[in-house]
Design a binder for this molecule. Structure first.
Ligand SMILES: Nc1ncnc2c1ncn2[C@@H]1O[C@H](COP(=O)(O)OP(=O)(O)O)[C@@H](O)[C@H]1O
Ligand SMILES: [Mg+2]
Length: 258
């Protein structure tokens, strides 16, 4: 049956290069409302660059990116307004050290979106509750663990009520015991129907959270599919090799830890 959900993001023939290095080479992608796309691929294949292009942070050399039929262009006047539709979370959590957790979460809604303070605070508290950190409301970032800080960063992104969340290896800098608490928050968001594009190396999480997996290499989508098929029976040799290397490394690092 045809997917009736509205297309919120449309990437057409995107080309992005840094000098002679063509990183993204004619990439097409459509994302529908409520879809969770997981992007995987070897280091340096352009995953971060793709997310940065979607956010209008990179000048592109060809093609176009449409968010709700509006063109994302870093040089256009309305880029700030378009960017508010995207909630980006990176590996590093850049919280303001001299502001409390609730202040960190409510700053942009109050200052940028000019939302009434009481409303922003009430919503900020609801978001902190949702990521399990309401009791840290008046603490400062230095008093929190890495996993807690990353959950605050997620709450802060959600506070802007973005249409799409872009997550770039958000657990890569965390100690292993903190990875789960962060990924659980994302699994909840997925169940609630949040549209997300997620770059991750956590394969079991990818399998659990994705509606669609995209395997990127050499500037192209080499393979895409539903996780049940992609992870158990990849169609391309390259995806098979990648997954195999991955399992091997995962098994090895596990063995080394022991
Ligand atoms: N600002 C930049 N200037 C020059 N080259 C860059 C820049 N950012 C990324 N690259 C190059 O683009 C390629 C893709 O990088 P990246 O998107 O970070 O890959 P990934 O996130 O998949 O590991 C790499 O070859 C990288 O060296
Ligand atoms: Mg990256």
């Amino acid at each position: 049956m045809a997917d009736e959900r509205e297309i919120v993001l449309r990437i057409e023939n995107l080309t992005k290069s840094f000098g002679d290095n063509v990183v993204i080479d004619g990439l097409d992608l459509e994302v529908r409302a409520g879809e969770v796309i997981v992007v995987i691929g070897p280091s340096g294949c352009g995953k971060s660059t793709l997310l940065r292009c979607i956010n209008g942070l990179e000048e592109i050399q060809g093609g176009r990116i449409l968010l709700d039929d509006q063109e994302v262009d870093g040089r256009s006047k309305n880029i700030a307004q378009i960017r508010q539709k995207l909630g980006m979370v990176f590996q590093s959590y850049d919280l303001f050290p001299h502001k409390t957790i609730i202040e960190n979460v409510t700053l942009s809604p109050i200052v940028v979106q000019k939302r009434p303070k009481e409303e922003a605070i009430a919503e900020g508290e609801a978001l902190l509750e949702r990521v399990g950190l309401l009791d840290k409301r008046d603490d400062y970032p230095r008093q929190l663990s890495g996993g807690q800080k990353q959950r605050v960063t997620i709450a802060r992104a959600l506070a802007m009520q973005p249409e799409i969340m872009l997550l770039d290896e958000i657990t890569a800098a965390l100690d292993p015991e903190m990875v789960h608490e962060v990924l659980d928050v994302i699994l909840d968001l997925a169940r609630e129907g949040k549209t997300m594009i997620i770059v991750t190396h956590e394969m079991s999480f990818a399998r659990a959270v994705a509606d669609r997996v995209i395997f990127l290499e050499g500037g192209h989508i080499v393979e895409e599919g539903i996780p049940e098929l992609f992870f158990t029976n990849p169609k391309t040799e390259r995806a098979r090799e990648f997954l195999h290397t991955f399992e091997f490394t995962a098994v090895r690092s596990h063995t080394v830890e022991e």
